[in-house]
Each structure stands twice: as structure tokens, then as C-alpha cells.
Design a protein around this ligand. Structure first.
Ligand code: NAI
Ligand code: MG
Length: 359
């Protein structure tokens, strides 16, 4: 299979974890006889320094001409003083918008070998394997009007939570599809006891559900969902929810594992390239030191193989390889207090070794 992948390393540890991804992609290419054409683009702070903008046109067209995009991370103290619309994050937000990435997928998996790093008790987290599907291009973060004004001498600020039937349906349909490929349970999270947009959301879920008789589904209010995620996270398979609820719940859920360096994400559009990235940031405190844990990025590569290329065997092999190195006790510094830890490159070597041995 021939695919083109745009790689946008970005800032901080971004280049280091993207280098790990490149090596693994080359290995999979060789082991499974695929052809991956890798093209590189600037994004974020490094692009501000080089090109005067966090998202140059060139990067955008490289992404548009690719089958998938892999991103490291953007941002860092160097650019913190810039005004909001010129900051590194703008590059990422712009990319999401331009590529119409409406579905953000955040899997939360407990690796048995890492159960100790969770702030929750062992018996609560054992076997957790859930996926949050967050609507990414609508809702409160984009609704109009959004403004400040003076009304009767009082300053007020307005944000608008707006969703169209179309926007709800496409994300809900995606979530039902994904649930059908997993354990067949979907939890739709909303605030239908208060919000009109949530009542429309529920109606659409009821309608779309008819097309997925193999998926059993339920509705849950967002405040309850926040509670259930720490009380009994095992009850969830796929959670689908609107933009802001998803933002908050996915960060909450990521803490169930306790290891930021382990968690991948993907953002998908209707038919353009998907964007795959670790959920962690640019980790400026450890950048350039060879300390970055590459596994979140390698897991993101596994998601790319599955979701963008339908290479499910290759995706599974990669995810298995990650499990295997952890089960063997290999750790980067973020995963243990032991002094005997692996560098980014050494950890990547171990994953590549496992890939080779299991082929
Ligand atoms: P962060 O995720 O970069 O770092 C938080 C802590 O986790 C740090 O101590 C860091 O060293 C550690 N860490 C993160 N990823 C790691 C990895 N792969 N291996 C080992 N340790 C890891 O979040 P923080 O510190 O809040 O933000 C730093 C910069 O990253 C900021 O400029 C922020 O805006 C940006 N950021 C970018 C994101 C993105 O590109 N998607 C997401 C979150 C933050
Ligand atoms: Mg967030």
C-alpha cells in the first residue's frame, strides 16, 4: 500500500517523538511491504520563528495532499508573550479548522504494567478501555455571538452554545460506527435537563441509533459522567459528547492512567486526512534531553494505521509491541522513579525490536 504522511514535529519534544515515529513507520514499511512517503512541515513556535506564522500555507497544502498528518506538539515559554492570535496554538487550531477535523478520538487504555501510576485504586482501573469521541468544530467554542458589551451600564460577556442537526448527526454517526467495531456500547453525554442544544443532541442520537441495532446506547448527564469516570470507568466503551464537555471529560479521563506520555489521539474529518498526535504538550522542561517518552506518539501512529489506512494488522502489531516492552519492564523516566531508565531512542529501539520479533 502506498501512502503519503505529513509530519509536523513542531516545538519542544515534538521533533524527538516524531523522529521515533519516523523510525517506526520505516520499520513497518519494510516489514509489511508498504510505501510511506514522509513529507515534513513547519508548525507552531518554530514556524513563527522561521516563517512569521504558526501555520504557513505550505504546511497546509502538504497536509491536504497527504493521506494522514502526524503532529508532535506546539508551544513553549519562548512564545508565551505573543498575542492570542499569533501564538503557536493558533497553528493547531487553524489546522483542525482547515482540515475540517470534527471528530476527536481519545482512547484511554490502562496498561497493566503501569497500573501503579494511576491516582485511582487498582480494582477501579483494571481493564479500563474506553474511547472519548469529542465534537471538535462546533458548540460553545465557535458559536456566535461571542462578545463583550455594556448593557444598562453593566459589562457582560457572551458565548453561544449552538449546534446544527447536521453537526450532531455526523459526530454521533461516527461514534456509533466506532462503538460497533468495539464492544458495542455507546454513552451519549449531554446536559439535556438544562440545555436546548442537548435536547436536540438527544433527538439525533435516538434517530441515528435506528441505523445501528447492534450497538446498545444510553444517555448520561455530563455531571454524572464526570463522577462515573472516576467511580467506575470500566462501564464505558465509547463516549460521545459535544466540544466543551469532551474537552473537560477527556482531560479527566486521561488522568485515570496517570501517564501523560502514553496517550494518543486522532482527529478525523469526513473524507480528508486525519490528524494524529500525542495528547501531551511540548514538555519544554525535558526538551532536547532525550528523555521524552515516545509511546504516546507511537500509539498515535497505530491509530493512523488503523483509522486512516485500514491497516489493522499493522496497527495491532504496533500496539502489541508497545504493550510488550512495558510488560518486559522497560521504562522512560516519566514512568518510574527507578534510575535505570531508557532514553527516547532506546525506548524506540525496543519497540522496533518487538515489531521485528513478532512479524
Ligand atoms: P506538557 O504535556 O507539555 O507537560 C506536562 C508535564 O508532563 C511536563 O513535566 C512534561 O515534562 C511531562 N511530559 C509531557 N509529555 C511527556 C513525554 N512524552 N515524555 C515524558 N514526559 C512528558 O504540558 P504543559 O507543561 O502544560 O505545556 C507545555 C507547552 O506545551 C505549553 O506551551 C502548552 O501550551 C503546550 N501544549 C501543547 C499541546 C499540543 O501541542 N497539542 C497540548 C498541551 C500543551
Ligand atoms: Mg484540553
Amino acid at each position: 500500500m502506498k501512502k503519503r504522511i505529513a509530519i509536523l514535529p513542531g516545538d519542544g519534544i515534538g521533533p524527538e517523538v516524531c523522529e521515533a515515529a519516523t523510525r517506526v513507520l520505516k520499520e513497518i514499511e519494510a516489514l509489511y511491504q508498504h510505501e510511506f512517503e514522509l513529507i515534513y512541515g513547519d508548525i507552531g513556535g518554530i514556524s513563527i520563528d522561521k516563517n512569521g506564522t504558526p501555520l504557513p500555507q505550505e504546511t497546509l497544502s502538504a497536509c491536504r495532499q497527504s493521506d494522514a498528518v502526524l503532529l508532535g506538539a506546539v508551544g513553549g515559554p519562548k512564545w508565551d508573550q505573543l498575542p492570542g492570535d499569533q501564538r503557536p496554538e493558533k497553528g493547531l487550531l487553524g489546522l483542525r479548522k482547515e482540515l475540517q477535523l470534527f471528530a476527536n478520538l481519545r482512547p484511554v487504555t490502562i496498561y497493566d504494567a503501569l497500573a501503579d501510576s494511576s491516582p485511582l485504586k487498582d480494582e477501579i482501573i483494571q481493564g479500563v478501555e474506553l474511547l472519548i469521541v469529542r465534537e471538535l468544530t462546533g458548540g460553545l467554542y465557535f458559536g456566535e455571538p461571542r462578545e463583550r458589551k455594556i448593557v444598562d451600564g453593566e459589562e457582560i460577556a457572551i458565548d453561544t452554545l449552538q449546534y446544527s442537526r447536521f453537526e450532531i448527526e455526523r459526530i454521533v454517526r461516527k461514534a456509533f460506527q466506532l462503538a460497533g467495531e468495539r464492544r458495542g456500547h455507546l454513552t451519549s453525554v449531554d446536559k439535556a435537563n438544562v440545555l436546548e442544544s442537548s435536547r436536540l443532541w438527544r433527538e439525533v442520537v435516538e434517530e441515528v441509533a435506528k441505523d445501528f441495532p447492534n450497538v446498545d446506547y444510553s444517555h448520561m448527564l455530563v455531571d454524572n459522567a464526570a463522577m462515573q469516570l472516576v467511580r467506575n470507568p470500566r462501564q464505558f466503551d465509547v463516549i460521545v459528547t459535544e466540544n466543551m464537555f469532551g474537552d473537560i471529560l477527556s482531560d479527566e479521563a486521561s488522568m485515570i492512567t496517570g501517564s501523560l506520555g502514553m496517550l494518543p489521539s486522532s482527529s478525523l474529518s469526513e473524507d480528508g486526512p486525519g490528524l494524529f498526535e500525542p495528547i501531551h504538550g511540548s514538555a519544554p522542561d525535558i526538551a532536547g534531553k532525550g528523555l521524552a517518552n515516545p509511546l504516546a506518539t507511537l500509539s498515535s501512529v497505530a491509530m493512523m494505521l488503523a483509522y486512516s489506512f485500514d491497516l489493522y494488522d499493522e496497527a495491532t502489531s504496533l500496539q502489541d509491541a508497545i504493550n510488550e516492552v512495558l510488560n518486559k519492564g522497560y521504562r522512560t523516566a516519566d514512568l518510574t522513579n527507578d534510575s535505570n531508565t531508557l532514553s527516547t531512542i532506546q525506548m524506540t529501539d525496543k519497540v522496533i525490536e518487538a515489531l521485528q520479533n513478532n512479524k
